[in-house]
Design a protein around this ligand. Structure first.
Ligand SMILES: [Mg+2]
Length: 437
């Protein structure tokens, strides 16, 4: 039967692409400073029978344009035809290469984002059709709740959004704490205490690369002193260290780290350092695509791959990556960017279905103060998110919030992420350097 344009059943009738802007505090990283708003794109697919599937990906004008260009490929497809959809998108846009990933601290490849958005929305629809959660479509849940880590940032004072570098005097608890400046060990420990108290996290990650290594490593030692041996700690300077810096400070943190994330740039440098440190090395920057797996294995560049379904081409691709990791002695965990509840729900379904989950996953979720899913933010219990109940992703779009955050996107004027430009508003001579220390 030709299901293309058959006009009934699980055939996609309409695709809606809505860019949104969400309030984001002034967080620091190796690439500069977070803008007052982070961008996301919400994709809705609606079938001929009126079933709607949703997904969320990092916002970028170029990805939105690619999604619009893909519309004629998507509309008329059966939601089960994911292989065919991917193949036609590859023909239309060309396969992403590892070169497309480039040297930026975040991923701007187009096809992986486009396919991830479409795949997750299709799986949401399929889940609703067969009355099963997405985790069941990925092989079934291995666990009922998925652990996440506290994700700490150096930051300037401020709430982001309209408040910018000002704070909301009425905020309390974590909502107040996340507005505080954190540029030294005292500030980082206070941030960690407040976040762990609010969410119950049982692992801690600090995003570094913002200050000189001795300051940042002092923060890791302060966290170790504050939380003790039982709290697993990770540190991620976003590949901004030279190999000798990675070796010096990697050794200084050897006794306190669960893993060290992207201390240096490139698979060769990671492999060199990995030979010299006992601490496991993790990456979301040196091995970032299936194309890079052969070199990763040949060189031995990392112990842990931090997958991200938005960057690896969807949830099923991430399950395939898990199998490769098992085969080649890697562990798999998860990377994150500023995101809302649709992405979190997808991450939880994937985390629930992964055969092995040795590490708590990354999430930026506590930094966000807005939401687009009905019923408000997903709840954490002791640092874990239970798999959402209900078929598909188990979350529904709050259409009023979607309209409001889309208006915020139009008003804020941002079209893509550029942390360097934001940093230059504070420090005009600051420039991004791939390797700084
Ligand atoms: Mg990272």
């Amino acid at each position: 039967m030709n299901v293309q344009n058959s006009g009934h059943g699980p055939v996609i009738r309409e695709m809606r692409i809505t860019p949104i802007a969400i309030t984001d505090p002034p967080l620091l990283n190796a690439a500069g400073l977070h803008a007052p708003y982070a961008l996301r794109t919400i994709v809705e697919l609606e079938t001929a029978d009126g079933i709607v599937g949703v997904s969320e990906i990092p916002g970028n004008e170029s990805t939105d344009e690619a999604l619009r260009l893909a519309e004629h490929i998507v509309v008329g497809k059966d939601v089960y035809q994911l292989g065919r959809l991917q193949q036609e998108l590859e023909v239309r846009f060309g396969k992403d290469t590892s070169k497309d990933r480039g040297d930026a601290p975040w991923d701007q490849r187009r096809l992986v984002h486009v396919f991830s958005a479409l795949e997750v929305a299709c799986l949401d629809i399929i889940g609703k059709l067969v009355n099963r959660p997405v985790a069941d479509l990925l092989g079934g849940r291995m666990r009922d709740a998925v652990p996440f880590a506290a994700y700490l940032f150096f930051k300037y004072e401020g709430a982001g959004g309209k408040l910018g570098f000002s704070v909301d005097p009425n905020a309390i608890g974590w909502a107040a704490a996340r507005q505080q400046q954190a540029i030294d060990p005292e500030g980082i420990v206070a941030q960690a205490r407040a976040m762990c108290e609010a969410y119950g996290f049982q692992s801690i990650k600090l995003k570094g690369g913002a200050f000189a290594p001795d300051i940042e490593v002092a923060c890791m030692h302060a966290l170790h002193q504050e939380f003790g041996e039982a709290m697993p700690l990770r540190f991620d300077p976003n590949a901004i260290w030279k190999p000798e810096t990675g070796l010096k400070y990697g050794r200084e943190m050897e006794s306190i780290l669960e893993y060290l994330e992207d201390p240096v740039r490139g698979q060769e440098n990671m492999a060199w350092l990995r030979q010299k440190l006992r601490t496991p090395l993790a990456t979301n920057m040196c091995t970032t695509s299936f194309d890079e797996i052969p070199a990763s294995i040949a060189l031995g560049s990392e112990d842990i791959i931090l997958s991200d379904h938005h960057f690896w081409g969807g949830l099923r691709a991430s399950m395939e990556l898990a199998r490769l990791c098992t085969t080649f002695g890697r562990q798999l965990s998860m990377h994150s960017n500023s995101h809302l509840g649709i992405s979190l729900a997808a991450m939880v379904h994937l985390g629930a279905a992964l055969p092995h989950l040795p590490y708590a996953l990354d999430t930026h979720y506590p930094w966000q103060s807005e939401e687009i899913i009905a019923g408000g933010p997903l709840k954490f219990q002791d640092g874990e998110v239970p798999v959402p109940a209900g078929p598909g992703l188990g979350v529904d779009l709050d259409r009023d919030a979607l309209a409001r955050l889309h208006q915020q996107y139009l008003d804020c004027g941002l079209k893509m992420r550029n942390d360097e430009i934001e940093m230059q508003k504070i420090h005009p001579k600051w420039t991004f350097k791939k390797t700084r220390w």
